[in-house]
Design a protein around this ligand. Structure first.
Ligand code: NAG
Ligand code: NAG
Ligand code: NAG
Ligand code: NAG
Ligand code: NAG
Ligand code: NAG
Ligand code: NAG
Ligand code: NAG
Ligand code: NAG
Ligand code: NAG
Ligand code: NAG
Length: 372
């Protein structure tokens, strides 16, 4: 029995040939009688792997790395597999970009790996599989990445069972998220810090995200077909560092409560229909407002108007500012040219007046249409 398990493990190691993270240990030994990886989990991994074919050619230029099989290893020391050192249970599986190809069925032995905490299946080709409700059985998951892997259909409501999730990435598939699933997810995933749903069709989800975890640090919802007004009060999400709501159908004003958002480093609201003046609190460094950590601000292709406030010049760390394709008018404030970190400034396609001195040869400044 032991022998056959060892043999399976070796085959398994042969088959798993790529990973970027290190196995947690490699203490087992071909001649050692200790089998760290439990038999059932070893088999589950092997059968999971065997249910897919490997694509022969890479869709991108980066070739998946081939890692040589080392003799005498058990599944815990296979690349991409992390085990709990004490119990041997498989707790981490990083199979991103190993060119898996085929359907991920709800009966897959992947779902026998109940101890999994981190699971990364991104950048494979699951051939338009639906995301199985069985993912909801992996109750120990803290990190789940299914991005860019050719999944389709509804995001199953059972994802909301994974109440320990700190990071969820379903980006860049062909998925739809129903309001009822979104609400469950928002209410139950109270540990969530990073949520990436870029490209998930959320057109039916109402535009209030107030039930999302207040511990969010990164929220990316690009191209989600979201509608309505700015979806939450910034006051609740004090830990936000990265906010991306670009290319949706949002309307109305930008919120004016950037007070105490000392951690926000990047905000991208491009390609919506936000309108009105830029909020006073953005860049106004008085005692109630503090956005000093802001590094990137993308507001292009909206309907903002009015003057560009000179207070933007107090966002000292800003290195990227894109206000292009809006309806800003008046003078370009000189304070912007005080921003020493700025490497890209795009103010083109507005109704702005040339400021005192702009050197048209400065490659990082694009005010072309206004200078014309
Ligand atoms: C592997 O087995 C050899 C011979 O039994 C032993 O000397 C060595 O300590 C073992 N290594 C590990 C990591 O268990
Ligand atoms: C992928 O899906 C297509 C169409 O549903 C099917 O014909 C094909 O056999 C599937 N390929 C694999 C590897 O499962
Ligand atoms: C997704 O799977 C379908 C088959 O179901 C296939 O035709 C298509 O090329 C795949 N797309 C990607 C990006 O792998
Ligand atoms: C919320 O999470 C708990 C614990 O995982 C689970 O028992 C419950 O069914 C979940 N509720 C929903 C609505 O998903
Ligand atoms: C998104 O979902 C809505 C509602 O089901 C549908 O009308 C729309 O066509 C979908 N968008 C895309 C790009 O598929
Ligand atoms: C937030 O959750 C509560 C409790 O389930 C619910 O009544 C409310 O409608 C939700 N709010 C939003 C904005 O979805
Ligand atoms: C911002 O922080 C200050 C000082 O900690 C506090 O007095 C103020 O109420 C906070 N503002 C908001 C909107 O939370
Ligand atoms: C703004 O935030 C920075 C960094 O968190 C802090 O050092 C500074 O005192 C804050 N300024 C005000 C006016 O709150
Ligand atoms: C742009 O702003 C000007 C006033 O500065 C106004 O006359 C014009 O209608 C606005 N254009 C759009 C498309 O809103
Ligand atoms: C640029 O910075 C200098 C030094 O901090 C300051 O004196 C000056 O007023 C600033 N200019 C503008 C236009 O904000
Ligand atoms: C400058 O802006 C114009 C109009 O928005 C755009 O067509 C052009 O590509 C931009 N140039 C650069 C160098 O970004």
């Amino acid at each position: 029995m032991m022998g056959s398990v060892l043999l399976l493990s070796q085959i398994l190691c042969l088959l798993f040939f790529h990973s970027h993270f290190q196995p947690s240990h490699s203490s087992s030994n071909f001649s050692s009688p200790v089998q760290l990886c439990p038999v059932d989990q070893s088999l589950a991994l092997l059968q999971f792997k065997a249910s897919f074919s490997m694509m022969s050619s890479s869709p991108s230029r980066d070739q998946p790395k081939t890692v040589l099989w080392r003799e005498g290893t058990d599944c815990c020391s296979c690349d991409g597999v992390t085990c709990n050192m004490k119990t041997g249970h498989v707790i981490g599986l990083d199979l991103h970009y190993i060119m898996l190809h085929g359907t991920l069925h709800s009966s897959s032995t992947l779902f026998f790996l109940h101890h999994l905490q981190k699971l990364d299946l991104s950048h494979n080709d699951f051939n338009r599989s639906v995301i199985s409700s069985s993912f909801g059985q992996l109750l120990h998951l803290t990190h789940l990445d299914l991005s860019t892997s050719n999944f389709t259909g509804q995001v199953p409501p059972e994802i909301s069972h994974l109440s320990r999730l700190a990071s969820l990435d379903l980006s860049k598939n062909n998925l739809m998220l129903e309001p009822i699933s979104f609400n469950k997810l928002a209410q139950n995933l109270t540990q969530l810090r990073d949520l990436y749903l870029n490209g998930v069709n959320m057109s039916l989800v109402p535009s209030s995200f107030m039930n999302l975890s207040s511990s969010l640090t990164c929220l990316q919802l690009r191209y989600c077909e979201l509608q309505g007004e700015f979806p939450f009060s910034l006051g609740k999400f004090k830990k936000l560092e990265y906010l991306d709501l670009a290319f949706n159908y949002f309307i109305g004003p930008m919120p004016d409560d950037f007070a105490n958002h000392t951690r926000l480093a990047c905000m991208d609201l491009s390609g919506n229909s936000f309108q009105g003046h830029l909020p006073f609190s953005l860049g106004n460094l008085n005692q109630f407002c503090n956005l000093t950590q802001l590094i990137q601000l993308h507001l292009s292709r909206n309907r903002f108007d009015g003057q560009i406030s000179s207070s933007l010049g107090s966002l000292e760390k800003l290195n990227f500012l894109d206000l292009s394709s809006n309806n800003f008018s008046g003078k370009i404030p000189n304070s912007l040219f005080n921003l020493t970190q700025l490497t890209s400034l795009d103010l083109s396609d507005n109704n702005l007046v040339k400021p005192v001195e702009i050197n048209p040869n400065d490659e990082w400044i694009n005010v072309s249409k206004d200078l014309a």
